[in-house]
Design a protein around this ligand. Sequence first.
Ligand code: AMP
Length: 229
Amino acid sequence: MGPFVARGCRAGAEMITLALSKGRIFDDSLPLLRAAGIEVLEDPETSRKLILATTRPGVRVVLVRATDVPTYVQYGGADLGVAGHDILLEHGGQGLYQPLDLRIARCRLSVAVRADFDYAAAVRQGSRIRVATKYTHCAREHFADKGVHVDLIKLYGSMELAPLTGLADAIVDLVSTGNTLKANHLVEVEHIMPISARLVVNQAALKLKREPLRALIDAFESATAANNP
Ligand code: AMP
């Protein structure tokens, strides 16, 4: 198949489509968009629309699930998007140009266990541990690098529940303040990597819509620099 570029119904050739996910990514992207001179004209929390107009002519926002942002951009459903590094690592990043760490939605990918589980001893003794996670790719690599034998259990949410119900010994999940772990009597035993959101761009669009996309990427870059002096 040839290159995939966003077309969109009745959108002009130079229409730029930006994929965002609701919640943290959307909220943290708004100040960057604003600094780039773009206001989103509707609030996704109150509107049910999935395509949102902006004050910048020729730029629109589409709302997709966080895990779908790389797929939309890869296949040209959007020209660019904002995706967590965690999501990109799991997706693999094929067909995506990743020009910029936006340094928003920052957190870390960590291993956590029940407070009464002796993780260090389990690892030292070479026991096989059961790990529940949405991030199977990152988890597999992490434990393989450490030479720890793991059985991975794929979950799609509420990972904190897995050690509490005996489904798993450990979880690999995103941690920000640590409050969710604490509320569920779990402790962080390893930091795997810091995570933040990145700008991803469709490689074919970057050639075919070079000017407007470059202008947007540059605007994001200046806004990110201004946010992180
Ligand atoms: P916290 O209680 O602040 O440590 O947040 C942990 C919860 O929020 C977990 O359910 C995580 O999966 C989720 N979380 C934390 N940071 C992020 C992020 N940057 N992006 C998406 N989910 C996150």
